[in-house]
Ligand binder design. Structure first.
Ligand SMILES: [Fe+2]
Ligand SMILES: [Fe+2]
Length: 501
């Protein structure tokens, strides 16, 4: 059975192996970011080939979490030996574990270097076995009996959790940070329709094996039911755009439209007029100067620009009159920044037509968040806390915690309001840009990237880590330094632009 290095297997080989039922083993010592991505790429090819795309995000998270655990387990053995502590002795174990995480974090390079010298490896195996796709993560240090017991106990306990609220209250109470990753894995498996029987941790001779078997017959919840009932009802209840706005939208679809007529139509509605002028001027980085009349605004932003601003104006107006919440201001402030960043990125990378669309895509990308927040503020707060403290991507946690997915919900609302397809796509895929239709890919990349870069609560290392590799390549970023320099460029032009007002 051949053992591959990360990045060695190409797509054709993967597909062949998959259909032949061969085991694909990929071996790494230190598992740097790049190699982890290479392994995840093999997973992606398999999942695509098996047409299980809807569960890819979950599996990706699970595999990454398990790989990190395996890496830690290998470091643990080195750490205990260097500290001259006996890992199998409970007193020594407790003593050692007190400083373990901090030490390996602070001396990461040293421990990773040692992995190779000790011959400690992490193997990822993927294989079709009859009607199951089996993923195994194997590290060649044996799990301690005590640890295995704890892990199995957690597995057993997690069986009783039905919701994330239950699980997390228990976990947070016991301050068992490490257990959280585990609970999330279990909840994710549940979410994609697997039971814990299909998830197994075991100790084999000098090895620890974690195994997940995914039946091909699996129909995921996401495939059958995508959106929570409560939110569907809410979307139904949200009013359509007012008639004059709908009329304007129709008229503005015609590139030959009579601009005088349009501006008269707009001026009949003073609040619409004021709203459009305010928005035009808040996006003045797209204009050579401040505008004071609708005619002047159209002159600079064009018909399409005007249409975009009307979408923004009407959405904001409806949501603001319906929900009165502090949080909305934060979401709009974030969205405005994302709009600016997306515009900036589009200006550098895309045709001019895409720039305005990038701005509006950024402005409206988190529409769904407002709805979710209005309906269940507690869950949003809980989601945010967990994402920040555990560095888990928002989309992943949202979907397991309660089935709310703000991208999807935002897209539903955008469809209801007849937003152009491109804008709906931006909203729907701003957290999973690789899955969107090819024709909008580059445009969505800008919004995805802008959204990550605009997250001030994350460190730049965290942001770099969470950005999809494909997209880093797209923006020609190959190192943390290049990432930071793009971030600085955006931050300073944003500040400068705000200053101008
Ligand atoms: Fe978002
Ligand atoms: Fe966002």
């Amino acid at each position: 059975m051949p053992v591959y290095k990360p990045g060695e297997l190409v797509e054709n080989q993967i597909i062949n192996h998959l259909h032949n039922g061969d085991e694909m083993i990929i071996e790494s010592y230190t598992l740097p970011h790049k190699e982890e991505d290479d392994i995840c790429e093999v997973l992606r090819v398999c999942i695509d080939e098996l047409e299980k795309e809807p569960i890819y995000d979950y599996l990706l998270y699970i595999v990454k979490e398990l790989l990190t655990n395996a890496k830690k387990a290998n470091s643990k053995r080195i750490y205990f030996s260097e500290k001259k502590l006996d890992i199998s002795n409970p007193v020594d174990y407790q003593k050692g574990m007190r400083d373990f995480s901090r030490t390996i974090f602070e001396h990461a390079d040293h421990y990773l270097q040692q992995h190779k010298e000790w011959g400690l490896t992490i193997r990822t195996s993927m294989q079709m076995v009859e009607d199951y796709f089996v993923i195994k993560i194997i590290n060649n240090t044996q799990i301690m009996e005590g640890e295995l017991k704890v892990a199995q106990e957690k597995l057993r306990r997690s069986k009783i959790f039905n919701s994330f609220e239950e699980a997390s209250s228990l976990i947070f109470d016991s301050r068992e940070g490490a257990g959280l990753g585990f609970i999330i894995i279990i909840l994710m498996l549940k979410k994609i329709g697997l039971t814990r029987e299909e998830f197994d941790i075991r100790s084999e001779q000098n090895k620890t094996v974690t195994e997940i078997s995914i039946p091909l017959s699996l129909i995921t919840e996401e495939q059958s039911q995508t959106i929570n009932d409560l939110l569907s009802r809410e979307i139904k209840d949200i009013p359509q755009f007012p008639e004059n706005v709908i009329l304007l939208q129709e008229k503005l679809q015609d590139p030959e439209v009579d601009l005088k007529e349009v501006s008269t139509l707009i001026s009949r509605d003073p609040s619409l007029t004021a709203g459009i002028l305010k928005l035009s001027n808040s996006a003045e980085f797209m204009l050579p100067k401040r505008v004071t009349s609708i005619i002047e605004a159209i002159k600079y932003i064009g018909i399409k620009g005007l249409r975009n601003l009307i979408y923004t104006y009407a959405s904001q107006k409806i949501l603001e009159s319906r929900y009165n919440m502090e949080e909305m201001k934060k979401i709009w402030a974030h969205s405005y920044k994302v709009g600016f960043y997306a515009f900036y990125l589009a200006k550098k990378n895309l045709t001019s037509e895409d720039r305005e669309d990038a701005f509006i895509g950024g402005l409206l990308h988190d529409l769904g968040k407002i709805l979710i927040f209005a309906i269940n503020p507690d869950i949003v707060k809980a989601i945010n806390t967990i994402c920040h403290t555990h560095g888990i991507p928002v989309r992943v946690i949202e979907e397991v915690t309660s089935g709310y997915n703000h991208s999807l919900i935002g897209a539903k609302l955008a469809e209801k309001w007849n937003f152009p397809e491109k804008l709906v796509t931006a909203i729907q895929y701003h957290h999973r840009p690789l899955s969107c239709d090819d024709k909008y890919k580059e445009y969505v990349f800008c919004i995805y990237m802008a959204n990550i870069l605009a997250q001030d609560e994350l460190t730049s290392v965290e942001k770099y880590e969470m950005t999809e590799n494909t997209i880093l390549y797209y923006f020609s970023i190959t190192s943390q330094e290049e990432y930071d320099s793009l971030q600085n460029e955006l931050t300073s032009s944003y500040v400068e632009q705000k200053h101008h007002k």
